[in-house]
Structure formats: structure tokens, C-alpha cells
Design a protein around this ligand. Structure first.
Ligand code: ZN
Length: 304
């Protein structure tokens, strides 16, 4: 079963999924840029309606506590639009971890995540469907991030929730898998994020070879990397037989990413990237694998 903000649903109901997104977010405390505040609820509804029109049915919203998580808003959005929304427990990375958790050790992170996963987030009664996005810095795992990741592994092991990560520019994906599995998290319960930002193919392949899922979740962010390179990597991974481990998304975090502000909007994988994959002769069956089958498995809560 998959835990959405409204209910537990069967994997077959999940449909076309964006695996790593942010609808309601505020990173301005650290980024000092008002563009990184998404708080226009009507605008979110319009974006989700557009996503639905393009065939999108589910979205994993990985804005956690410290990034501006608002689960009651997600519930309202899901009710208004019919899009399945999955919310998270977890913290992001240094310096986005909220003050009350500074200095926490792995066990404290784990018990906090387990509490939210079993009793609900605050007094909302809403349960998270994933632990994330938990992350590391650029080519560096800071001590607090190490504790955070271990805490996520312990909580994932205890609750059966999948763990989805942030890597900074795609770095240290393999090291994240090693750390999470060392603390008992099954490898198929791990989703390593932002792997399309790593141009070092061997490093991404090393993650795939562990059996973990990878997320190509910054599609359309061509300031980092042209989408053509993303397609090229996908073709290689398909050729090597890793197609069951790949998830897609766009990771929008800014007002300027929204259609009404001149950006591509949350439908961009469906509207802009699918045609590029088709042009590269990636079949419809393969697209269904990436967008429907893989997420329905990756976000299913493991039986305990
Ligand atoms: Zn993100």
C-alpha cells in the first residue's frame, strides 16, 4: 500500500507519478531569495490541474520540516484536484535542519520519524508515506548529516517506509547507499535523488549496481545540464538493464518554475521530456515503467 495524505491506496491506483516535488516550500530562511517561497495555494491548484490534464495522477512532495512542510495544505490540494499526494517525515541537510534538532544523534532522528510515521504529523492525523528528502552536502557528509541518514535508515527499517535522498549535484549517491544499508535498510527501499545532476556515469552506475532506485528528478533544469544528456544516460541505463530502478521528476522549488510566472510547470516531464525520450526511440512501455510501475513499487510501504 502507498500512504497518501488522504488515505492508504493500492499501488495500482497511484498512476503516473512525479517522484520528487515541492508544492509548498520556503527556503528563504537560508537562501535569502523570495523566489524560493511557494505559498500561493490557488496557484498550486492550477499547477496540479495542469499536471492532471497532462496525465499526472500522483506526486511525492518531499518538503520536510525545516523546508516549510504544510501537510494540511497538501490535504486540501489533493481534495481539490484529485492528485494523489504523498508527504514526508525527515529533515533536509545542513543548514536546513530545524534548530530543535541541532545536535541530535541518529536514535533521536529515528524516534522522531517513527513517531510521525505511526502517530501522524503534529496533531493533523496525516501520515507520511516516505522518509525524506534526507541529504548530504557537496562531496561531503557532515557529521549531522551522517546522524540524519542513519536515523532515516533506522526509521525506514522500523516502519517499512521508503527513504528518498537529496544528493548535492548528484555526489555521494553510492556512499549514501552504503551508509543506509549498513544500518539495516534494505537496498530496494532506497531512492537516491538528483542522480541526473551527476555527469560522472560510473558514479551513477555504481548506485544502480547496488540495486537502489535512482531519481532523475531535476529534469528541465537545463542551467545545470541539457536534457539531451539526461536522455543519453537513460538510453545507456536501459541498455544495461537498469530500467526497473529509475524514477522521474522535476523538483520545482521556485515561483519562476511555475507556468503562470513563465516557467515550465509541474507537467514538464510529461509535456516536454516525454517527447524527447520518444524521439530517442524510448518505447511507451519503457515510459510506463519509469512513470507508473517503478514509482508504484518504490513508494509501497514494505511489510513488517
Ligand atoms: Zn527536492
Amino acid at each position: 500500500m502507498i500512504q497518501t495524505v488522504l488515505a492508504k491506496i493500492s499501488p495500482e491506483e497511484f498512476g503516473v507519478c512525479s517522484a520528487h516535488e515541492h508544492l509548498s516550500i520556503d527556503l528563504s530562511r537560508i537562501k535569502k531569495d523570495p523566489d524560493t517561497i511557494l505559498d500561493d495555494e490557488q496557484g498550486m491548484i492550477e499547477e496540479l490541474e495542469d499536471f492532471y490534464r497532462l496525465g499526472g495522477r500522483s506526486m511525492v512532495e518531499v518538503t520536510n520540516d525545516g523546508m516549510g512542510r504544510d501537510v494540511l495544505r497538501l490535504k486540501r490540494l489533493s481534495e481539490a484536484t484529485g492528485v494523489h499526494l504523498v508527504t514526508c517525515t525527515g529533515f533536509y541537510k545542513d543548514p536546513f535542519i530545524p534548530e530543535f534538532a541541532h545536535g541530535w544523534r541518529a536514535e533521536q532522528f529515528a524516534s522522531h520519524f517513527i513517531k510521525e510515521a505511526t502517530e501522524g504529523i503534529g496533531d493533523t492525523g496525516i501520515l507520511p508515506g516516505v522518509i525524506g528528502e534526507v541529504g548530504t552536502s557537496h562531496n561531503e557528509i557532515k557529521p549531522i548529516e551522517r546522524e540524519l541518514l542513519i536515523g532515516a535508515a533506522l526509521a525506514g527499517k522500523a516502519t517499512g517506509l521508503p527513504v528518498t535522498t537529496h544528493t548535492t549535484l548528484g555526489t555521494l549517491g553510492y556512499e549514501q547507499v552504503q551508509l543506509l544499508t549498513e544500518y539495516g535498510l534494505p537496498v530496494d527501499q532506497i531512492i537516491i535523488g538528483h542522480q541526473d545532476l551527476n555527469a560522472n556515469k560510473d558514479e551513477v552506475l555504481a548506485v544502480l549496481e547496488t540495486g537502489a532506485y535512482i531519481a532523475f528528478d531535476t529534469i528541465g533544469k537545463v542551467n545545470y545540464r541539457p536534457d539531451e544528456e539526461r536522455v543519453e544516460f537513460l538510453l545507456d541505463f536501459i541498455k544495461l538493464g537498469f530500467e526497473k530502478q529509475i524514477l522521474l521528476s522535476a523538483d520545482l522549488t521556485r515561483k519562476s518554475h511555475w507556468k503562470k510566472h513563465g516557467g515550465p510547470g509541474y507537467g514538464l516531464v510529461l509535456e516536454n521530456f516525454i517527447p524527447k525520450m520518444k524521439e530517442a526511440s524510448i518505447s511507451q512501455d519503457m515510459l510506463d515503467q519509469f512513470l507508473i510501475i517503478n514509482p508504484s513499487r518504490a513508494f509501497s510501504i514494505r511489510e513488517r
